[in-house]
Design a protein around this ligand. Structure first.
Ligand SMILES: Cc1cc2nc3c(=O)[nH]c(=O)nc-3n(C[C@H](O)[C@H](O)[C@H](O)COP(=O)(O)OP(=O)(O)OC[C@H]3O[C@@H](n4cnc5c(N)ncnc54)[C@H](O)[C@@H]3O)c2cc1C
Length: 299
């Protein structure tokens, strides 16, 4: 592709996407830019619209992988990350703020309601896109308003109902709008209590998840919801089909968690997808259940 981007966007060419994904899987992005402020992002988005360039927004890259062929367009890494606490105990966070930074701010201001997200890697943008959550709560529970960029490149202020949140899903997955910033409603609490809850959650996560330096994208498959909305962890079915003993090339299932795929070194997307197919088939044969991928594979 021969495109000349205005210099102000600091666009680089042929950048390895493995460097921008926590599972370290992906070929090269034709173009990549790290964007530090909302206005530059809006301008870049509008430029790509005009020039008909495919644009993909990434936050922390903790829930995605790419094919060996990479991404034939521009990957915009969202870095704007201001967090502002308001007098009414709401908090505005820009899309590139990490959930861990937001958590820290909540603890420091004795605000409760966001503790569930302790230890979830990635950014506010990625979390709202996939309605990230843990321990029975998700970001949709405290989001009250947001500023988005519509697929046509217009800035719009929206409320929670715009997102049609459900389990690990939001409207952003369907319509391609981009989250610029989000406002969460929290409540005043006891700082010591909040800190204790955060520490408890972090300890629980340390016990059941691989160490932080393992290259993963979190839970590979979605949990199973029955018709009454009751959830069964996908790991229960995966454990029963010996997922932890299964690997394809350097794509393997971590010994600590039957639903966490990881990259032992040189795993490719093809390895991950083959491993996915094998385990899906086993679970289907044994339980009649069709697992669905939670991690995003972006072709
Ligand atoms: C060890 C580990 C543990 C995890 N535990 C959990 C957990 O407990 N619960 C959970 O829900 N998830 C978990 N995850 C998955 C992941 O951390 C979350 O899904 C996180 O919210 C992804 O954020 P991100 O910024 O990394 O998104 P990315 O991986 O960068 O992007 C994910 C998707 O969101 C889109 N996106 C990113 N930013 C924006 C934006 N501003 N506007 C619109 N779309 C955007 C991207 O295009 C992409 O399609 C875990 C991951 C790891 C590696």
């Amino acid at each position: 592709m021969n495109i000349s981007f205005p210099q102000k966007f600091h666009v680089r060419q042929n950048v390895a996407l493995s460097e921008y994904t926590s599972i370290r899987v992906g070929g090269k992005a034709a173009f990549l830019s790290e964007i530090n402020d909302q206005n530059s992002f809006i301008e870049l988005f509008q430029f790509c619209l005009q020039e008909n360039i495919r644009l993909l927004t990434l936050g922390g890259g903790t829930n995605v992988f790419f094919p060996e062929s990479g991404f034939d367009g521009l990957v915009a890494i969202i870095k704007f990350n201001n967090i502002t606490v308001h007098a009414d105990d709401s908090v505005t966070a820009e899309a590139g703020a990490s959930l861990s930074a937001l958590n820290r701010v909540c603890v420091d201001h004795a605000l409760t309601g966001f503790e569930f997200s302790s230890g979830i890697p990635g950014t506010v943008g990625g979390a709202i896109y996939g309605n990230a959550g843990a321990y029975g709560r998700s970001v949709s529970d405290c989001l009250i308003a947001a500023k988005i960029l519509t697929p046509k490149g217009k800035v719009q202020n929206v409320e929670n109902n715009y997102f049609h949140f459900s389990y690990r899903a939001s409207q952003l997955k369907k319509n391609g709008a981009i989250l610029l910033e989000a406002e969460f409603q929290l409540q005043k609490g006891e700082m010591a209590e909040i800190k204790k809850r955060v520490d408890e959650i972090l300890a629980l996560r340390r016990k059941k998840l691989p160490p932080a330096d393992v290259a993963t994208a979190g839970s590979y498959f979605k949990n199973i919801l029955d018709e009454h909305g009751n959830k069964t962890a996908a790991a229960v079915f995966l454990d029963a089909v010996d997922s932890k003993q299964t690997s394809v090339g350097d794509a393997a299932v971590h010994q600590k968690h039957a639903n966490i795929f990881y990259n032992r070194g040189h795993a490719t997307a093809s390895d991950l997808l083959r491993l996915e197919e094998i385990l899906k088939q086993r679970v289907l044969d044994k339980f009649g259940i069709r697992l669905k991928r939670e991690v995003m594979y972006i072709e």
